[in-house]
Design a protein around this ligand. Structure first.
Ligand code: PLP
Length: 385
């Protein structure tokens, strides 16, 4: 056992694989519940898209969180994991008819709707089933988030949401549709947000909008502010649990909820990122013309974030105590972007050494592909090993 990893056990397993520290996951969930319950009417959903591993979903469901889904497949995964229908929300800019019908059949809590054409289709499908669909409108608050351009979603130029100025038109249309009930307003400004002033800006927008709507005597049951709370990729050991207190307190301080209005959150990354590591074996050390490469058996098919968004993941050699040396850590895939890190210091690394790519529990395993006819990575939890 080195650090928090059962290295001896790892030696017997086929690499690469994901390793999930379920104790840390439970501790994170406890913190979320403790911090959210300090505020009246706060409900936390888990954004399934961050990681749909059934072993993790079960633990998250046991902690009492709801499920935020962005596809029919995710609705099915959350139902299989035992999430109750009344705690499932369904978002997404392009919902297929079968996905909407599934949500209707299961009487999910809410559809987060992004356009009038979508609203009309939901009304029609609900009519066919003799149901009334509960919907929230996803609004584009035109709030920038200080995060990577590819994961900001709340700007006017992004494809997501309904423009704030169209709000009254859309609500007007909804009121003409007999199989639609408007129950909420939904927002989501981006991901990996660490600057609380971004969430403050969102709150200010929502306050303005609610005042506007009230002038037209419109009030909804709930506000859903999405997710986006970031984690510390630089220091997975020092900051294993994100600052949920600060996060919820920001909303409590800045958002003016109406009496009886509930506030919903959809956290993905902040729930699962730190509990996961991708464990990979060093195949070769290759001395290039200008640098030294550690070539490992994991590639971007297992963890695509570095290739997709130049994301940083801390990497540790968990089987070497030798002095540090500098490496580019690269995978075997036939693409130049198959690089996990450039010019990082690792304990001197040899063929066969195991590396842990940290903070990989969110948007890791779930984004794996079979490019190059590779196998999907296996997964193990600390409970199992
Ligand atoms: C991706 C997404 C989330 C979760 O985002 P995180 O940054 O992982 O917390 C929540 N809500 C919606 C609508 C999303 O698309």
């Amino acid at each position: 056992m080195k650090g928090q990893f059962p290295v001896e056990k790892f030696q017997t397993l086929h690499t690469p694989f994901y390793y999930y520290d379920t104790e840390l996951l439970r501790q994170t969930l406890q913190t979320i519940n403790a911090e959210a319950s300090r505020h009246e009417g706060y409900h936390v959903h888990y954004a399934i898209k961050a990681n749909a591993n059934p072993k993790l979903l079960r633990i998250i469901r046991e902690a009492g969180l709801g499920a935020d889904c962005v596809s029919g497949g995710e609705i099915e995964a959350s139902l299989r994991a035992g999430f109750p229908s009344r705690k499932i929300v369904f978002a997404g800019v392009g919902k297929s008819d079968w996905e909407i019908s599934l949500g209707l059949q299961r009487d999910i809590f809410c559809f987060n709707v992004e356009s009038i054409p979508e609203l009309e289709v939901i009304d029609e499908l609900a009519r066919q089933q003799g149901k009334v669909a509960r919907v929230a409108f996803r609004l584009n608050p035109n709030v920038g988030a200080h995060t990577h351009a590819n994961i900001t979603t709340g700007l006017a130029e992004n494809k997501f949401g309904i423009a704030m100025g169209d709000m009254l038109t859309v609500i007007g249309r909804a009121r003409q549709l007999p199989n639609i009930k408007v129950v909420g307003l939904h927002f989501h400004i981006g991901s990996q947000i660490l600057d609380m002033s971004d969430f403050e800006a969102l709150c200010n927008r929502i306050n303005e909008l609610q005042s506007d709507l009230e002038r037209h005597r419109i009030r909804v049951e709930h506000i859903n502010v999405g997710g986006g709370l970031g984690i510390d990729y630089d220091h997975p050991n020092r900051v294993p649990v994100p600052n949920f207190r600060d996060y919820f307190d920001t909303y409590a301080r800045c958002l003016r909820l109406r009496p009886d209005q509930t506030l919903h959150f959809e956290l993905g990354r902040a729930v699962v990122a730190q509990c996961g590591s991708l464990i990979t074996r060093t195949l070769f050390i290759k001395q290039g013309a200008v640098k030294q490469f550690a070539i490992v058996d994991a590639g971007f098919t297992d963890l695509i974030r570095p290739a997709l968004y130049q994301a940083y993941h801390k990497i540790e050699n968990i089987t070497s105590d030798l002095p540090k040396a500098t490496y580019d850590v690269v995978g075997p895939i036939c693409e130049s972007t198959d690089v996990f890190a450039k010019q990082i210091d690792l304990n001197q690394t040899r063929r066969g050494d195991l590396l842990a790519i940290r903070s990989a529990g969110a948007y890791g395993e779930i984004m794996a592909s079979q490019y190059n006819c590779r196998q999907l990575p296996a997964s193990f939890t600390s409970d199992e090993l």
